[in-house]
Design a binder for this molecule. Structure first.
Ligand code: PMP
Length: 332
């Protein structure tokens, strides 16, 4: 019997799901690590727990203290719930462009949510800098998910070894997208330590600078994406020195088509970054040829983005594909 002792020990040890439509389409075995099954609903529960434990160990986070973080949402949800379980208050700074569902979830969990206008990283008004200054002002613990390598170390110690164990060590490639880089860097390090021949591939949306960083050596961004929580304009501390072999760039339209197939054929209703990840896994599988095993991350559920990527009006407005089974007029 699998009984977990409280919220914190319910984080991790997620199932690995063989994805039927992507596997059939490519002739490969494509697996998704079901990170949406973490108790806070996303892959970021792992980073949240690792960052809080690091803050406690360093003495920067004191009993009854306040956690402060800038986040696209999921790290904030994870930090708030970990904070609740351990007796910390949480202040979350988030760009106002993120989905209403994530804002509502943060407030529901008890976060003190501060919304700020979306600004580029070089602008002092960017949510990351606002959160750092706020932590200083109120004497809180700044989790610093982008540049605190406790994030990738958490994935190197847990997510990566879980995948190796679940597949008996037999896999050919791993791919996932980057927000902080914690997942890609941490899992890739663990997989390479097990078997250096495992191919590690960045899945990058348009608008992110990292595809150029991997393939040309310099970060350079082009285009935009509606996906939330991923895409990065700089090489974060979590990404520095990460053993990444290659990169694929995935368009929003292709990621959405994959997401819609996963709903209809696999029974999985996933968020946008999972669409980028599974599409990338299929590209990597096609390049390797039939019979290979490719693993990716299922980061969170589609319910967190119902008003966007499962909203025909929003999608049509952006010129993106619409789920073929959904009515054109949702009030009909
Ligand atoms: N997908 C979603 C939905 C996320 O919220 C995030 C984190 N912002 C990621 C993927 C990327 O994970 P990481 O920060 O480990 O690169």
């Amino acid at each position: 019997m699998d009984i977990r002792d409280g919220f914190l020990s319910a984080i991790g040890d997620t199932p690995l799901i063989r994805l039927s439509w992507p596997s059939a389409r490519t002739g490969c075995h494509i697996y998704g690590k079901a990170e949406f099954m973490n108790p806070g609903g996303s892959v970021k529960d792992r980073a949240a727990l690792a960052l809080v434990r690091d803050g406690e160990a360093s003495g920067l986070l004191k009993p009854g203290g306040t956690i402060v973080e800038g986040t696209a949402g999921n790290t904030g949800i994870g930090l708030t719930l970990v904070g609740n379980a351990l007796g910390y208050r949480t202040v979350i700074v988030m760009p106002e462009t993120q989905s209403q569902e994530k804002k509502d979830t943060l407030r529901m969990c008890g976060a003190d949510l501060r919304l700020v206008p979306a600004k580029p990283f070089k602008d002092p008004g960017n949510y990351v800098h606002v959160s750092r200054r706020l932590a200083e002002e109120i004497g809180g613990f700044w989790a610093n998910q982008f540049d605190n390598v406790a994030n990738r170390d958490g994935h190197r110690r847990t997510t990566g070894p879980e995948i190796v164990r679940q597949l008996g060590g037999r896999l050919d490639a791993f791919t996932c997208a980057v927000g902080t880089g914690g997942t890609l860097a941490g899992v890739s390090s663990a997989l390479k330590a097990h078997d250096p021949a495992i191919r590690t591939v960045l899945a990058d949306p348009h608008g992110s600078a990292l595809h150029a960083w991997i393939t040309e050596g310099e970060p350079r961004a082009e285009g935009t994406s509606i996906t939330e929580g991923i895409g990065q304009g700089r090489v974060t501390a979590n990404l520095e020195g990460a053993p990444i072999d290659d990169a694929v760039r995935i368009a929003d339209a292709d990621a959405l088509e994959t997401l819609f197939h996963l709903v209809q054929h696999d029974g999985l209703v996933l968020g946008g970054s999972s669409g980028i990840n599974v599409t990338a896994a299929m590209r990597v599988a096609e390049a390797l040829g039939p019979g290979h095993t490719v693993v990716t991350i299922l980061c969170d559920l589609g319910a967190r983005y119902q008003s966007k990527i499962f909203n025909p009006a929003f999608l049509r407005d952006k010129g993106l594909p619409v789920p073929p089974w959904m009515p054109a007029d949702p009030s009909a």
